[in-house]
Write a protein that binds this ligand. Sequence first.
Ligand SMILES: *[C@@H]1O[C@H](CO)[C@@H](O)[C@H](O)[C@H]1NC(C)=O
Ligand SMILES: *[C@@H]1O[C@H](CO)[C@@H](O)[C@H](O)[C@H]1NC(C)=O
Ligand SMILES: *[C@@H]1O[C@H](CO)[C@@H](O)[C@H](O)[C@H]1NC(C)=O
Ligand SMILES: *[C@@H]1O[C@H](CO)[C@@H](O)[C@H](O)[C@H]1NC(C)=O
Ligand SMILES: *[C@@H]1O[C@H](CO)[C@@H](O)[C@H](O)[C@H]1NC(C)=O
Ligand SMILES: *[C@@H]1O[C@H](CO)[C@@H](O)[C@H](O)[C@H]1NC(C)=O
Ligand SMILES: *[C@@H]1O[C@H](CO)[C@@H](O)[C@H](O)[C@H]1NC(C)=O
Ligand SMILES: *[C@@H]1O[C@H](CO)[C@@H](O)[C@H](O)[C@H]1NC(C)=O
Ligand SMILES: *[C@@H]1O[C@H](CO)[C@@H](O)[C@H](O)[C@H]1NC(C)=O
Ligand SMILES: *[C@@H]1O[C@H](CO)[C@@H](O)[C@H](O)[C@H]1NC(C)=O
Ligand SMILES: *[C@@H]1O[C@H](CO)[C@@H](O)[C@H](O)[C@H]1NC(C)=O
Length: 752
Amino acid sequence: MVLRHVLALLSFGLVVTVSDAKPNLDGIYALAKRRVPTHAHAFSFSLADGDTDSFVVSDVPAGIHVQCTTVSACARGFYAYLSTHGGTDIWWTGSRLAHLPAHLPKVGTPVQAHAIVPYRYHFNTVTFDYTTAFWDFDQWELELDWLALRGVNLPLAWVGYEYILIETFREVGLTDTDIATFLSGPAFQAWNRFGNIQGSWGGDLPTTWVNDQFALQERIIGRMTELGMTPVLPSFTGFVPRALATLYPNASIVNGSQWEGFPESLTNVTFLNPFDPLFTTLQTTFISKQREAYGNVSHIYTLDQYNENNPFSGDLAYLANVTAGTFASLRAADPDAVWLMQGWLFFSSAAFWTNERIEAYLGGVPGNDSLIILDLYSEAQPQWNRTSSYFGKQWVWCELHNYGGNMGFEGNLDELTHGPLTALHSPGSSMKGLGLTPEGQEGNEIVYDLLLDQAWSPTPLNIAAYVDGWVARRYNVKSLPRAATDAWQLLSATVYSNTDPGSQAAIKSIYELAPALTGLTNRTGHHPTRVPYDTNTTILPALKALLKAGEQQPLLKLNPEFAFDVVDVARQLLSNRFIDYYDVLLAAYNTTSSPSAVSAAGHTLLDLLADLDALLATNDHFLLSNWIRDARSWAHGKDKDKNSEAYAAYLEYNARNQITLWGPDGEINDYASKAWAGLVGTYYRPRWAAFVEYLADTKQTGAAYNAATVSAQMIALGKAWSNGTWGTGQGETWGTKGDTWDVVRKVVEKWA
Ligand SMILES: *[C@@H]1O[C@H](CO)[C@@H](O)[C@H](O)[C@H]1NC(C)=O
Ligand SMILES: *[C@@H]1O[C@H](CO)[C@@H](O)[C@H](O)[C@H]1NC(C)=O
Ligand SMILES: *[C@@H]1O[C@H](CO)[C@@H](O)[C@H](O)[C@H]1NC(C)=O
Ligand SMILES: *[C@@H]1O[C@H](CO)[C@@H](O)[C@H](O)[C@H]1NC(C)=O
Ligand SMILES: *[C@@H]1O[C@H](CO)[C@@H](O)[C@H](O)[C@H]1NC(C)=O
Ligand SMILES: *[C@@H]1O[C@H](CO)[C@@H](O)[C@H](O)[C@H]1NC(C)=O
Ligand SMILES: *[C@@H]1O[C@H](CO)[C@@H](O)[C@H](O)[C@H]1NC(C)=O
Ligand SMILES: *[C@@H]1O[C@H](CO)[C@@H](O)[C@H](O)[C@H]1NC(C)=O
Ligand SMILES: *[C@@H]1O[C@H](CO)[C@@H](O)[C@H](O)[C@H]1NC(C)=O
Ligand SMILES: *[C@@H]1O[C@H](CO)[C@@H](O)[C@H](O)[C@H]1NC(C)=O
Ligand SMILES: *[C@@H]1O[C@H](CO)[C@@H](O)[C@H](O)[C@H]1NC(C)=O
C-alpha cells in the first residue's frame, strides 16, 4: 500500500488518495449489495498496486472480479461491467442497476481502463442550493452512488457548514445575535459562503436547520469516504459578521463589493484580511473542529474569496499577500492542506483580473501542487489558455453548462470529448482533472455522462456509438425500436452539437421570464433565449420518433427514463412554440388598435401554458410540489414543537423565493426559473395573463405602454406568490396528474 501511494505521488506529482485510513473495499461491497442485491454475491473486488486509477474486470469461477488500484477505480470498474455487459445504469431519475440479466453475461477478454487524470470532480458551490438544498439522505445516497460508479473521486461537500462556523465564531466572542444577522436562509447559503450576501430575508436561519444539516453532512462524508471519494471540505473563508470589527478594532477588516443590486445591509460582506493573525486563529479553530467531527478524511479545502466580489485592492502585493496569508492559515491548521478554488472570478470579473493580477494572486501560494483551480466553464469560456495553464498550478477542466438549474436543451458533445484532451496535451499543461460544475442538476443528463466517461478514455469518445450505447441502457428493453435511437441521434447531431457562441448554456424559455414587450427573445450569454436550431427538423421529429418507438415496443412506456424523455422533449417543443406565438402577440399589438384582437393573440399563449402545465404534471420529475414538499419536510416530523408549521412556512418561502424573485425585491428575478408543473400553472401563466390584460387595456384606453408599470406589477405578483403556502393557491396538488401518453399525443396534435 505504501508503495502504491509513492507511485501515485511520483506519477501525478500529488497524492490522490489522501484519506489516512488504509483503503478497504467494504464500501464497494456495500454498494453492490445496495444496487444489485440479488447478484451481489457474484461480484468480488481486490486492490492491486498501480500508478494511476485503473481497473481490470474479468471472469472468475464465482462470477465477476474487479481488480483496481484505488477504491474509486473499483467503483468505476464495477460500473463498466454493469453498464457495458449488464446493459443497465443509474440515473438522476433512479437506479435501474437491479435490472441485470438473471444470468450474468461473461466478460470474455478482460476489460481494463485507466483514468486519464487523477481528479474526477463534481459540484458547483451553488448546486448545493439550486438542486440539493432540501435533499434528505435517500436523495444523497442516489447521487453519491451515481458519482462513485462513474468514477468521481473528488466531490465538493458543503452541507452543514454553518454548524462549525457558528462554533468558531462563538469562540472569538461573537454573540448569537451578531451571527444571526450574518447567516443566510436555507435556499441561499451558497452565496453567503461565497461572501456575496449576508443575512436573511424572511427570517433568521433556524438552529434546527443548522443542526439537522450538520447531522446530514456526517452521513454524507462517511459515505463519500467509504466509496473512495475524497470530500472537498469547507474552511474559514474570511467572511465574518459586521460585529467582528467592533470586537477587534485593530484587526484588518474591509468590506467586499456590492452584489447584484442587493441593499448594503444584505451584501458588501465584511472580510477579515487573511494576513491578519486573527484569520489564522479562526482557520485553525474551524479546521480542528471539523476534523473532530468528520475525522481525518481529507486535506483538500474549498475556499473562495472573490467570487463575483472584487478585492478591496488590485495592488499586486496586496493580492499576493491575501493568498499567502490564506494558504499559511490552511497549513497552520493542516500541514497537508491543499486549497481548491472555483476559477469563475477570472472569467466573470475579467476586467479586474488581468493576467498580471492572476499571476500575483496565484503566486502567493507556494509550489504548484498546493492549489487546485476549477476552470469552471471550460466548454465555452476557458481561462487556462490565457493564463499559461494557471501559471503551472493544478487545474480541472470543468463543464458548467447551466445556470440556476435552467432546463432547456443544450450541449456541444463534440467539445466535451475533444476539449479536455486538447487541454491535457497542450504544451506545459498542468491540467489534473475533469469535472462537472453545473449550477443545477436538471435534465440534459447526457452531456454530463459523456464528460465523466471521457475521463476514462485517452481518445475522444465516438459520439454516434456513445449515443447508441447510452440509449440502449437508458431504455433497457428487448428489441429496442430503431426509432428510439434515431430520436437521440438526431438530437445529438443538432441540439447537442451547438456551436453558437452566444448560447453555450441551457437555453432559457421566455415564458419563464417576466413578460415584457422587448428584451425577451434572442438573448445571448448565460441565460440564452436564442434557440440555435430549427425546432421543426429536430425536436418535433425526435418527439414523433420516441412516440413511434413507444407504440412499437409498449414495454418502453413502463420505463421511467423513457417517460421522462418524452415529457422533456414535448416540454421543449412547447417552449420553442411559445416564442412563435409571442411574436404573433407583439405583431398584433403593433398593428391593431382592437383590444379583442390583442386578447385573442394572447389567449394562444395562455392556452399553450395550460397545456404545458398539464404535460409536466404527468411526471414526478417536473413537479413544483416536490421542491416544496422537500423544503417543508425539514420542519414536519423533525421538529415536533408547536412552531413547526411556522418553520415549514419559512422553508417554503425560501424555496419559492429562490426559483422566482431571488431576493426580497426581485434582485435577480427569474434567474433560477424551472419548467415545473405548478410553477407554470400558478405563476408563469398568471403573469402572462396579467400582461395580456394590460396590453388589451392600453388599446382600450389609448394609454402608452409603460415598461416600468409592467415590471412593477410582475414583482408584486412574485411577492404575493413567494409568500403563498401550499394548498392555499389554485390547482395545487401533490403528486402527478394525468396520463403522459394521452397528454403528449394531444400536445403533438395541437402544437406540432
Ligand atoms: C412576504 O413575506 C415577507 C417575508 O416574510 C414579508 O417581509 C413581506 O411583507 C410579505 N409580502 C407580501 C406582499 O405579503
Ligand atoms: C489597538 O491598537 C492600539 C494602538 O496600537 C492599542 O493602543 C490598543 O490597545 C489596541 N487594542 C486592542 C483591542 O488590541
Ligand atoms: C462596512 O460597512 C459597514 C456597514 O455599512 C460600515 O459601517 C463599515 O464602516 C464598513 N467598513 C469599512 C471598512 O468600510
Ligand atoms: C458596497 O460596495 C460598493 C461597490 O461595489 C461600494 O460602492 C459601497 O460603498 C460599498 N458599501 C459598503 C457599506 O461597504
Ligand atoms: C491526518 O493525516 C495526515 C497524513 O495525511 C497525518 O500526517 C496527520 O497526522 C493526521 N492527523 C490526525 C489528527 O490524525
Ligand atoms: C502583507 O501582510 C503583512 C502582514 O502579514 C502586512 O504587514 C503588510 O502590510 C501586507 N502588505 C500589503 C501590501 O497588504
Ligand atoms: C481560449 O479558448 C477559447 C475557446 O476556444 C477562445 O475563445 C479564446 O480566444 C482562447 N483564449 C486565448 C487567449 O487563446
Ligand atoms: C510551477 O510551474 C511553473 C510553470 O510550469 C514552473 O515554471 C515552476 O517552476 C513550477 N514551480 C515549482 C515550484 O515547481
Ligand atoms: C434573432 O437573432 C437572429 C440571428 O442573430 C436574427 O436572424 C433574428 O432576426 C433575430 N430575431 C429577433 C426577433 O430579433
Ligand atoms: C415550423 O412549423 C410550423 C408549423 O407547421 C410553421 O408554422 C413554421 O413556419 C415552421 N418554422 C420554420 C422555421 O420552418
Ligand atoms: C413593434 O414595434 C416596435 C416599435 O415600433 C418594433 O421595434 C418592433 O420590432 C415591432 N415588433 C413586431 C413584432 O412587429
